[in-house]
Design a protein around this ligand. Structure first.
Ligand code: AMP
Ligand code: ZN
Length: 137
C-alpha cells in the first residue's frame, strides 16, 4: 500500500516514537493522544481492519498486547487502560490500516469511553446468539 501512512510508519520509512518493534508489528505513541502514553500497535503487513486479518497474525499481535500494556502502565502509573480497536468508518476508524489503541486511564478521569446501555426484547438475545453462533467458522 504505497499511499498508506501506517504502512510507512510500521516499516520505518517515516520516523515515529517507537516503544516496541518486532518482525510483524511496531508500537508507537499516538500523535494526538487521548491521554499521555496513548500508544497504537501497527501491523507491518497491511490489513485495513480486523476483518482482513488472518488468524495467525491475529494471534501474534494479540499475544503482544499484555506486555506492551504492562510496560505503559508501569511507566505512566495509570490506574487502568482502555485497549480498543476500531473497524470501519461506522466504528470511528480514521486510518484504514489495522491498529490497536492502548489508552492509559486514571481514577480521576472525568471523561470515560462508554455507551448508553440498551436492552433486548424477550427471547431476542437467545435468537440472535443462535444465528451468530451458526456463522462462527
Ligand atoms: P482510529 O480513529 O482508530 O483510526 O485511530 C487513528 C489514530 O491514529 C488516531 O488516534 C490518530 O491520532 C493516530 N495517528 C494518525 N496519524 C498518526 C501519525 N502520523 N503518527 C502517530 N499516530 C497517528
Ligand atoms: Zn497500510
Amino acid at each position: 500500500m504505497d499511499s498508506c501512512i501506517f504502512c510507512k510508519i510500521a516499516n520505518g520509512e517515516i520516523p515515529s516514537a517507537t516503544i516496541y518493534e518486532d518482525e510483524e508489528v511496531r508500537v508507537i505513541l499516538d500523535i494526538a493522544p487521548a491521554a499521555k502514553g496513548h500508544a497504537i500497535l501497527l501491523v507491518k503487513k497491511h490489513a485495513a481492519n480486523l476483518f482482513e486479518l488472518d488468524a495467525q497474525t491475529a494471534g501474534k499481535i494479540f499475544s503482544i498486547v499484555p506486555k506492551v500494556a504492562t510496560a505503559i502502565k508501569e511507566e505512566l502509573g495509570c490506574d487502568g487502560m482502555n485497549i480498543l480497536q476500531n473497524n470501519g468508518e461506522a466504528a470511528g476508524q480514521t486510518v484504514f490500516h489495522l491498529h490497536i489503541h492502548f489508552i492509559p486511564r486514571w481514577n480521576s478521569d472525568t471523561v470515560n469511553i462508554g455507551w448508553k446501555p440498551g436492552s433486548y426484547a424477550e427471547g431476542e438475545a437467545a435468537g440472535l446468539a443462535e444465528r451468530i453462533a451458526q456463522r462462527v467458522k
